[in-house]
Design a protein. Structure first.
Length: 339
């Protein structure tokens, strides 16, 4: 092979490599651009003003791909699948009541992420912020807006696992007084003070009296529903096998997820409603495993998230065990009914 032939072969190889590199860059760029665009069949999302007091609205975390992914968006409560108004406020978990919101956020650092809880006013302006010791999983605000609560994983990353640790915190949004962990409260079980080194709490839900709340206590391999008292700082065990309780608007029932024997270890839950007066359980008409803290849309209907194409979709079903679940909003999680 002559020198000239070798040179032509080398130049051809370099040209081919350059073409492959250019095609790879263009392909990666196009793929990134597609990720930053909403799917053609996805919800219509436009930036605008979002408040926590606008009548007849629902606010949630938008999961649809595009420039507004993870932002709080607002839709008509009567049309959850309708056009979304985006706020530019990003949250991993969210809840709101009476013009007060709590937004759990990730703070991206050069080495690892940290997390924080931000208390929002009705216009989504920051009122206060608090460090969160791990990955956020649950958020709630009391009906009056005075108290906010959140739960974070500080060891493990799933309630389905056998080894995990959580922290549940409550803050007075008026005074800023923070209880960083419910482990500071006294636990009463079977009429006696209960002590154990393995207690975990999660899934706070508030009553309307600005004193009573409910949560999950886990200890020695069993979960319990506990009733909390913000004044006496006590937690009283009420019922076994209750996780992520959600108190009904009239304060008489708790929706929860229950571990059911015989189900897969990574999908062990079914939705139930517990009558707090009789402690009678009613299984709901959802046959899939629900790893969420359900929200009461009204006294008769529950809303909850299940895995979807872009992270999660919202479903609803009757709270009395009848009917069938149906999807109400795709690419959505952490709903709150405001106004």
């Amino acid at each position: 092979m002559t020198v000239r032939t070798r040179l032509l072969v080398l130049l051809s190889a370099l040209a081919l490599l350059a073409g492959v590199a250019t095609a790879s860059v263009l392909h990666a760029s196009a793929r990134a651009e597609r990720r930053n665009q909403a799917p053609a069949d996805g919800p219509r999302i436009t930036p605008g003003r979002v408040t926590l007091t606008q009548p007849g609205r629902m606010v949630f975390r938008n999961m649809a791909w595009g420039p507004h992914r993870d932002e709080l968006v607002s839709v008509p409560a009567a049309d959850p699948a309708g056009p979304r108004t985006a706020s530019h406020v990003r949250c991993l978990r969210f809840y709101a009541a009476s013009g007060t919101g709590v937004c759990l956020q990730a703070v991206h650092g050069p080495v690892s992420d940290t997390y924080r809880a931000v208390v929002l006013d009705a216009s989504l302006h920051e009122r206060a912020r608090y460090d969160v010791p791990g990955i956020p999983s649950r958020a709630r605000v009391s009906p009056s807006g005075r108290y906010a609560a959140w739960t974070a994983f500080v060891g493990g990353d799933s309630y389905a696992g056998s080894r995990f640790s959580t922290r549940a915190a409550i803050v007075d949004t008026r005074t800023g007084a923070l209880t960083p962990s419910l482990e500071a409260y006294r636990v009463v079980k079977d009429g006696r003070t209960y002590h154990a080194t393995d207690v975990n709490f999660w899934g706070v839900t508030f009553a309307a009296d600005d004193r009573t709340f409910y949560a999950t206590l886990a200890t020695r391999g069993t979960t319990y529903l506990v009733r909390g008292d913000l004044r006496t700082r006590t937690l009283t065990v009420l019922h076994q096998n209750v996780e992520c309780p959600s108190l009904s608007p009239d304060g008489t029932r708790v929706a929860f997820k229950k571990r059911v024997a015989g189900l897969p270890g990574d999908a062990p839950w079914r939705l139930y409603v517990l009558d707090l007066r009789t402690l009678r359980e009613t299984p709901l008409a959802e046959t899939r495993s629900v790893d969420d803290q359900a929200v009461w849309r009204d006294p008769h209907t529950l809303v909850y998230a299940l895995p979807g194409d872009y992270g999660a979709d919202l479903y609803e079903l009757p709270a009395d065990g009848t009917g069938h679940p149906h999807r109400t909003a795709a690419s959505a999680v952490s709903p709150a009914y405001v106004g």
